[in-house]
Design a protein around this ligand. Structure first.
Ligand SMILES: NC(=O)c1ccc[n+]([C@@H]2O[C@H](COP(=O)([O-])OP(=O)(O)OC[C@H]3O[C@@H](n4cnc5c(N)ncnc54)[C@H](OP(=O)(O)O)[C@@H]3O)[C@@H](O)[C@H]2O)c1
Length: 328
């Protein structure tokens, strides 16, 4: 069992702690906020023993084994480096950093310090993903020719909030577009070419984007994301033998349908765990604990190079859109 420290007790941090305590033997031992009363409230809500008055105090706590960084994207690099410099393992919310350059800095620091570091790309650890990995490895789908995936949601426009604010690393691609992009990388690895088109929000961040990723084999991924409208949030992995269709909200615990090519034969798989929605955040925490117990400093399931490659794709797409950011 690891003793977790939560750095930045916002919305997702609450979901993470709840999932961790409900579904794993991991325990959150400490929390820190920029405002001590927020940390006090969070600790009372989730039964956390220790409250720190600053992020610096949290990372220095000898009773914390691993720091969960759950702040806006603009802060990830600084706070991950803070924890790593204090000798702590880190789980950093997605995306690992604002851009690939920052992500490489985190990877370099973690490797030099010999601590475990991972991006909290929780979808990678869900039961359906573990099963799909096996189906792909065993060639059940044949040669994969196409991945389609989307994640659009309608967000109320707030120029100050982290979704639309360039100073906080806002924009569709970094926040939600990362899920379809991750699925394409999970299936194919990094693309040979990224073609992106889209539009900006009034604050200058990417509001909507459509991406075509192409690969040396001729395979493609067609992905889209928007902050302006709710889309089906579905994904398809199409191969020469069969096509796999993930249920809506493909990045959360759910099922899929496998359909044989050229026949009506269908196989349906549904997650039997009873773990729904953000409770699925528990899987990544359990995997992190397992990896650390095995003496690993990276997850073989979601290594730092994958997180860097995701950001290379996002950097390219944001560059093509002319999206503004505080990126280095
Ligand atoms: N895995 C998922 O399903 C999922 C879902 C949503 C979000 N996320 C990710 O989780 C991270 C946080 O998202 P969230 O929706 O939880 O954000 P949020 O509710 O706005 O909380 C972020 C927290 O960061 C802290 N913070 C530190 N520096 C800040 C700054 N300069 N401006 C604003 N807040 C700052 C604040 O806590 P204190 O001031 O109290 O320290 C704030 O409560 C992002 O990386 C996001 O992409 C993941």
């Amino acid at each position: 069992m690891l003793r977790w420290g939560v750095l930045a007790p916002g919305r997702i941090a609450g979901g993470f702690v709840w999932a961790l305590h409900q579904h794993t033997d991991q325990r959150v031992h400490a929390v820190a906020s920029r405002a001590p009363e927020r940390a006090q409230r969070f600790a009372a809500t989730y039964g956390i023993a220790r409250v720190h008055e600053s992020y610096e105090q949290l990372v220095a706590d000898p009773q914390v084994d691993i720091v969960y960084v759950a702040s806006p994207h603009s802060e990830h690099k600084r706070q991950a480096l803070l924890a790593i410099a204090a000798g702590k393992h880190v789980l950093v919310e997605k995306p690992l950093a604002l851009d690939a350059g920052e992500a490489r800095d985190i990877a370099r620091a973690a490797r030099a310090a010999g601590v475990f570091a991972m991006e909290a790309l929780w979808s990678r650890f869900l039961p359906q993903t573990v099963l799909i990995e096996r189906l792909l490895r065993e060639g059940v789908l044949g040669d994969i020719r196409l991945v389609t995936a989307d994640f659009g949601g309608r967000f109320d426009f707030n120029p100050e909030g982290r979704i639309f604010n360039p100073a906080l690393g806002g924009g569709a691609l970094l926040d939600i577009g990362i899920y379809p992009i991750w699925l394409a990388h999970f299936v194919f690895g990094p693309p040979a070419h990224v073609h992106a088109t889209g539009s900006l929000a009034p604050t200058g961040v990417d509001g909507q984007a459509a991406l075509i990723l192409s690969y040396a084999t001729g395979a493609q991924a067609l992905l889209h994301t928007t902050l302006f409208a709710e889309t089906p949030q579905e994904a398809v992995i199409a191969g020469t033998h069969a096509r796999l269709q993930l249920d809506s909200r493909f990045f959360t615990p759910g099922g899929f349908t496998l359909k044989a090519a050229g026949s009506d034969q269908r196989l349906r798989w549904t997650d039997p765990s009873g773990i729904h929605g953000s409770e699925g955040l528990a899987y990544q925490a359990a995997a992190v604990a397992r990896h650390i117990a095995e003496g690993l400093t990276e997850s073989p399931m979601h290594p730092l190079e994958r997180s860097i490659a995701l950001l290379e794709t996002i950097d390219s797409a944001r560059g093509q859109l002319g999206a503004s950011s505080r990126a280095s």
